[in-house]
Ligand binder design. Structure first.
Ligand code: DNO
Length: 357
């Protein structure tokens, strides 16, 4: 596995590439053209300028997160063919720039969802948390305000104000879309891009839905092992794969993550690895990465990735806010740096043990 850190680009991310470079074992960043809206084409100039910025710091771009999928593609609107054509052009240009992994999600209306962006934990750190009862009480249109007012002034990925300004229309747009329809549209999209992915060697990695159940009655189709099996069979190609996100899957304690990893051997192109603490059914908070701080067995997760010979990029995921750091919720430097060291430590121990056998 290649350790990486998510970086939101020179305009958005307060964390410098120089600081990221000083984290031992981190080989590169996962980044995106943050200003681009879903459905737009990425030009070679834009891609190459981002690449140069990253490479000038001594790091590499290990993948893109995210190249977002337009609502037109998700709902099967007549503009979808145009958007797929643009997506293909962008994929080919990424490949020309030496970038061969793209993470995306097929969630409807909202990307990931939390009800608290700064829940105080017993050690005084803060972390993001989710309480189902709060979601049940909430008008979905208020969800954005909730996130926006608590994000320390940063724009949260997936919660772009332009998008949230038309939230009512978005709900209307998805009114007739159930899980089957959404899957058909996902299949149509994959069939439209896989020939390009195969030609240019770009691995597509769908992100898991977070939390892994339907919210506000919206369909969700990447929640558990059954969904992942259906997804990987929609189009049979080695380029049609997954972003294995332990945090998202762990929102449902029924998801046995090490078994899911083993069942998805060969399909995992990217891994987001973090821990969560379950407080009661439907409620969880994001803990430190360490196994004993949350509900997941991180050793078993890294062991499973090692056993399936996972060689793609991996990143620590949402971190707590610690040591007074003011950052985009979940994406501060300190706790994610700690997380990366822990994951690398687990990997080193697992590899050594293996060689001793
Ligand atoms: C949350 C992230 C997601 C992820 C997208 C991928 O912090 O894991 O926003 O980047 O869903 O498209």
């Amino acid at each position: 596995m290649k350790m990486s850190l998510r970086w939101f680009g020179p305009k958005q991310d307060p964390i410098s590439l120089q600081n990221i470079r000083q984290i031992p074992g981190v080989e590169g960043v996962i980044t995106t053209l943050y200003e681009k809206m879903a459905g737009e084409e990425w030009t070679s100039e834009e891609i190459n300028s981002l690449k140069k910025t990253v490479e000038d710091s001594g790091l590499k771009i290990l993948g893109i997160e995210s190249m977002n999928i337009s609502d037109e593609i998700k709902v099967g609107h007549s503009l979808r063919d145009l958007h797929i054509e643009r997506y293909n052009k962008s994929l080919a240009r990424l490949s020309d720039a030496g970038i061969h992994m793209v993470c995306y999600n097929f969630m409807t209306v909202f990307d990931w969802l939390r009800t608290d962006l700064a829940k105080v934990r017993p050690d005084g750190s803060t972390a993001m948390a989710y309480e189902q009862a709060k979601v049940d009480e909430l008008d979905p249109e208020k969800m954005f305000e909730n996130i926006d007012q608590n994000s320390n002034g940063y724009m949260m990925p997936g919660w772009e104000p332009e998008r949230m300004a038309k939230i009512k229309e978005l709900f209307e747009l998805y009114a007739d879309i159930d899980e089957n329809k959404l899957r058909e549209n996902l299949k149509y999209f994959l069939e439209g891009i896989m020939p390009t992915c195969e030609k240019y060697g770009v691995k597509m990695a769908v992100h898991m839905d977070d939390p892994s159940w339907s919210i506000f009655g919206l369909p969700r189709i990447v929640k558990n092992l059954d969904d992942l099996k259906i997804y990987t069979e929609l189009v049979d190609s080695e380029y049609n794969g997954l972003t294995l996100c332990t945090g998202s899957l762990s929102s449902s304690p029924d998801n046995d993550i090490p078994s899911i990893i083993r069942a998805m051997e060969g399909k995992i192109h990217f891994a987001h690895v973090r821990n969560t603490l379950h407080t009661s059914p439907g409620n969880f908070e994001e803990s430190a990465h360490l196994s004993r701080d949350g509900s997941l067995d991180m050793y078993e997760i890294i062991k499973a990735l090692h056993d399936i010979n996972f060689e793609g990029p991996i990143r620590p995921d949402h971190g707590r806010a610690i040591w007074g750091e003011q950052s985009m919720p979940g994406y501060g430097l300190y706790d994610r740096a700690l997380g990366s060291q822990y994951l690398l430590g687990l990997e080193e121990a697992i590899k050594k043990q293996e060689n001793l056998k």
